[in-house]
Design a protein around this ligand. Structure first.
Ligand code: GDP
Ligand code: MG
Length: 183
C-alpha cells in the first residue's frame, strides 16, 4: 500500500471547536470541557483512502499565538483547516485574517495549498434555525476567499459533537493536496 504523510494546521477564533475537531478526528472523542489551547498542539491520525495510507500530522495553533510564530507552521503545512462557529455569526467577520495569513504565507513561498473552511457546531441548528443563515454565510465566505486569494478553498459543514462532516474535512483536504501534486 502506498503511504503518504500530510501535515495540516487548524486555525480559527477562540472557542469555535478547533480542539474538538482535532480530538474527534484523531481519537473519535468529544472532550467535555476542553482546556483553552495555549501552545501548538499535535494530533496524529491514520486513514486509508482507496489504496493509500495517509498519516495525518495535525497541528492546532492557539488563537493567541504570535503571528510570527505561526509562520513556520504554515510554510511546512500541506494544507489548512479554518474553523468557523455557526453559533457565533461574528466569526464570519473576524476570520478573514486566518485566510489572509495562510494564503500570504503560501504566496510568499510561491506555493499553492488547499484550505478547508468548516462551519462547525451544525448540531446546534435545531435549537435555532437562524443559524442556517450563518452556514450559508460561511459558504459564501469560503467561495469569496477562493476567488480573492486564487487558492483551492473548500467548504464543509461539520459537528465535532456528532462527528458529522469531520472525516469529510480531511478527506477533501487530502484529495485537494493530491490534485495539486499532480498538476
Ligand atoms: P477551540 O478554542 O477552537 O479549540 O474550541 P474547543 O474545541 O475548545 O471548543 C469550545 C467549546 O465549543 C467547548 O465547550 C466545546 O464543547 C464546544 N464545541 C466544539 N465543537 C462543538 C460542536 O460541534 N457542537 C457543539 N454543540 N459544541 C461544540
Ligand atoms: Mg483549542
Amino acid at each position: 500500500m502506498q503511504k503518504l504523510r500530510l501535515k495540516v494546521v487548524i486555525v480559527g477564533e477562540r472557542g469555535v471547536g478547533k480542539t474538538s475537531i482535532a480530538m474527534r478526528f484523531s481519537k473519535d472523542e468529544f472532550p467535555d470541557n476542553p482546556e483553552p489551547t495555549r501552545k501548538p498542539k499535535l494530533y496524529l491520525a491514520q486513514r486509508v483512502y482507496d489504496e493509500t495510507l495517509v498519516e495525518w500530522v495535525v497541528w492546532e495553533l492557539p488563537t493567541d499565538m504570535d503571528p510570527g510564530m505561526r509562520l513556520p507552521y504554515y510554510t511546512g503545512a500541506d494544507g489548512a483547516v479554518l474553523v468557523l462557529d455557526v453559533t457565533k455569526p461574528e466569526t464570519l467577520y473576524t476570520s478573514l485574517r486566518w485566510v489572509h495569513e495562510f494564503c500570504e504565507a503560501c504566496r510568499s513561498q510561491g506555493i499553492v495549498r488547499p484550505m478547508v473552511v468548516v462551519a462547525n457546531k451544525v448540531d446546534r441548528i435545531l435549537e435555532d434555525p437562524r443559524m442556517m443563515h450563518v452556514v450559508s454565510g460561511a459558504k459564501r465566505f469560503a467561495n469569496g476567499c477562493a476567488v480573492k486569494y486564487a487558492m483551492p478553498i473548500i467548504f464543509v459543514e461539520a459537528s465535532a459533537k456528532t462527528a458529522q462532516g469531520v472525516d469529510e474535512i480531511f478527506e477533501r483536504l487530502m484529495r485537494a493536496c493530491l490534485k495539486l501534486r499532480k498538476s
